[in-house]
Unconditional design. Structure first.
Length: 250
């Protein structure tokens, strides 16, 4: 599973955020910790003391990103109201919207989009927020992102699409949400794999049937010349093999 967090810290007592602050660097370190731990009042106090609202942790994450990725709605609102950069990027290219999409908080995601977060921004691997939501099984977030203009057929640096990601992780509801919005059912990654091949290999009958209903090419071949039927047979997936043979797969 693709991850955008380097680490998440345990909740800390509020007084530790405000004790013995003597430098700008300490202010900013405490700001990031307070945001991650959900202390909106401490965040505002630190900003009033001069902390840089867009300061970054060692991995390039900002307070806004960490708050979004931990479901800290109060902190997200506080930071945005003070002018936090909604489209800032971490060292791996992740944005606050990607953090929120991976976490699955639709309200925070909508708040960020309301402040002009770039719905199609990509990290260094070519992943937009939609892929993070799809990979983590957040169907409602997927629908919301698509409703705000997310590219349903965006591909990452190895050709993965949100549909293939959802199939890889066995999220049938996400697969259907993407298909409903025009996902290319026969899109291939750099290995020639389609969502249907992945579903067949993983013995995901519900997903396989949904993809077939939407026109999946059951006889498509990957870069090794293998079809979904071949993959299912090799993996001993009897139910998928039956579905494919009944449908006329070769």
């Amino acid at each position: 599973m693709k991850r955008i967090f380097i680490s998440l810290l345990l909740a800390l007592p509020v007084y530790l955020f405000l004790a013995s602050v003597v430098s700008a660097g300490e202010l900013e370190d405490k700001l990031i910790l307070a945001a991650e731990n959900g202390h909106a009042d401490v965040v505002l106090t630190l900003l009033d003391k001069g902390a840089n609202i867009n300061a970054k942790a060692s991995d390039g994450a900002t307070a806004l990103m960490l708050a979004a990725g931990c479901g800290r709605a109060d902190v997200v609102h506080a930071l945005l109201d003070r002018g936090a950069d909604v489209n800032a990027k971490a060292s791996n290219g992740a944005t606050a919207l990607m953090f929120a999409a991976a976490y699955g908080d639709e309200d925070i995601m909508r708040t960020l989009l309301g402040k002009d977060a770039d719905v199609n921004a990509e990290d260094i691997d070519g992943w937009p927020a939609l892929m993070f939501a799809a990979e983590n099984g957040h169907a409602d977030v997927v629908r919301a992102l698509l409703g705000k203009g997310a590219y349903v057929n965006a591909k990452d640096c190895v050709g993965l699409t949100a549909l293939i990601c959802a199939a890889m992780n066995s999220y049938a509801d996400v697969v259907r949400a993407l298909l409903d919005k025009g996902a290319d059912v026969n899109a291939k990654d750099s290995d020639g794999l389609t969502a249907f091949m992945v579903a067949a290999w993983n013995d995901q009958t519900d997903i396989a049937r949904a993809l077939l209903d939407w026109g999946a090419d059951m006889n498509a071949k990957d870069c090794d010349g293998l079809t979904a039927l071949t993959r299912a047979t090799l993996n001993g997936n009897a139910d998928i093999v039956k579905i494919l043979k009944d449908a006329g797969a070769k």
